[in-house]
Design a binder for this molecule. Structure first.
Ligand code: C2E
Ligand code: MG
Ligand code: MG
Ligand code: MG
Length: 289
């Protein structure tokens, strides 16, 4: 039928394409409105020192409640990125998160903050300045902030990105490779990149104890991180067996639903307080939750 219509072939696909375009436009304008109306929220997921279970910091994760329903970041980050909205949204997240953690630190808690950044956010001309301004305006010390970027940010068009991230690093800001092991950054790159932290992708943790290769790779990355002076954070810890193996390997830090889920600022604050005030005998391990 499409063939008979000749040039009209497009029409066969048109309704579907149209729906897709409309959905994207709607998402775009909803996002824009949500940003104007501050309909976003920031949640915080604790990161712990695995040997002691003490909270070392939190990762800020953006949340969007669209008509009361949570939209997963995977669904709106890419459209926000395409429409340029990720830059003001990312700046909003950064400022909210810095202000929150600066307040906790005001009670002299030594807690760090990690914030995710996309390629476009780093490419924005205002990037370095806006991070520096967020720190200055909220009073969060630069060394308390870690920027999380995915591997491809440091590899594709790396010159400019690396220069910008290095400029912030000179201020004391730390840099983490997120989802490490899934992208382009080979182990050989690690020594050359201006990074402080490796966040091991959850796919490695998922295979711990079940898949020999993934277990061996995890052990290797943990050791390499230690040798290179990098802090390794294992992501996506869900089962006690995974936690046990990571501790046995000497993986310094971890994050995952077993330890703590992402949570609203108030709950994160209480959890951080409880963790930092707990005086546990050395060697005794207990999860904060
Ligand atoms: P990410 O930076 O790797 O963040 C970790 C994601 O894994 C979060 O998903 C977190 O909720 C989830 N997670 C943590 N522990 C577990 C676990 O044990 N099991 C499972 N299944 N999942 C776990 P979330 O919040 O949906 O975020 C997804 C991604 O969206 C993030 O991955 C990050 O790349 C991006 N993202 C989230 N917030 C922001 C933001 O404020 N700015 C930017 N640029 N990206 C963000
Ligand atoms: Mg992250
Ligand atoms: Mg990650
Ligand atoms: Mg991820």
């Amino acid at each position: 039928r499409a063939k008979e219509l000749g040039g009209g072939r497009v029409e066969v696909f048109a309704p579907h394409m149209h729906a897709d375009v409309v959905r994207r436009l709607e998402l775009g304008s909803d996002l824009q409105r949500a940003l104007a109306e501050e309909r976003f929220a920031v949640e915080f997921q604790p990161v712990v020192e695995l040997a002691t279970s003490r909270v070392t910091g939190v990762e800020a994760l953006v949340r969007w409640y669209r008509d009361g329903e949570a939209v997963p970041p995977e669904e709106f980050i890419a459209p926000a990125e395409e429409s340029g909205l990720m830059i003001p949204l990312g700046d909003w997240v950064l400022r909210q998160a810095c202000a929150e953690v600066a307040r906790w630190r005001g009670d002299s808690w030594d807690v760090g903050l990690s914030v995710n950044f996309t390629a476009r956010q780093i490419a924005a001309p205002s990037f370095v300045e806006s991070v520096a301004a967020a720190l200055a305006d909220t009073g969060l010390p630069p060394h308390a902030l870690t920027l999380e970027v995915r591997e491809e940010v440091l590899v594709e068009d790396a010159g400019q990105n690396v220069a910008r991230l290095s400029a912030l690093r000179e201020l004391g800001v730390r840099l983490a490779i997120d989802d490490f092991g899934t992208g382009y950054a080979s182990l050989a790159y690690l020594g050359q990149l201006p990074v402080d932290v490796i966040k091991l992708d959850p796919s490695f943790v998922a295979g711990l104890g079940a898949d020999e290769t993934l277990t061996l790779l995890t052990r290797t990355i943990v050791r390499l991180g230690r040798d290179l002076g990098l802090t390794v954070v294992a992501e996506g810890i869900e089962r006690p067996e995974q936690l046990r193996l990571l501790r046995e390997m000497g993986c310094p830090r971890g994050q995952g639903f077993l330890v703590a889920r992402p949570m609203a600022a108030g709950r994160a604050e209480s959890l951080v307080r409880a963790s930092l005030q707990a005086q546990r005998p050395p060697g005794e391990v207990e999860l904060p939750l």
